[in-house]
Write a protein that binds this ligand. Structure first.
Ligand SMILES: [Zn+2]
Length: 102
């Protein structure tokens, strides 16, 4: 059973590994390995969010359901993780940046 509580506790993303119990980490690693076999890494390393060609591309998946979502560059993957996968927070941040950037 998939038991990751929060995206910020994702061991695949190397975030807060210490927060995960050993059994949970093992299960999560197994889930990510399975997803990688089902959804091979794109050869062009293009981020499915921003469209940049990334040096490192990360498998993105729902930490609630374990479902594959896509491949992201590190920046997009971290942004999604730091927002706890909350699109409303990310939209507010985008609005903030548009308003305050010259
Ligand atoms: Zn990106």
């Amino acid at each position: 059973m998939y038991t990751i509580i929060s995206r910020n506790q994702c061991n695949f993303c190397d975030q807060a590994k210490a927060l995960l119990g050993a059994a949970c980490q093992k299960e999560h690693s197994r889930t990510v390995s399975t997803l990688k076999k089902m959804h091979p890494k794109p050869v062009d390393n293009v981020c499915e969010s921003c469209g940049d060609v990334a040096e490192k591309i990360c498998l993105d998946h729902s930490h609630k359901t374990g479902e594959f979502r896509g491949w992201l560059c590190e920046g997009c993957n971290h942004s999604a993780g730091k927002s706890n996968d909350d699109p409303v927070k990310l939209e507010k941040l985008a609005e903030y940046l548009r308003e305050r950037s010259s």
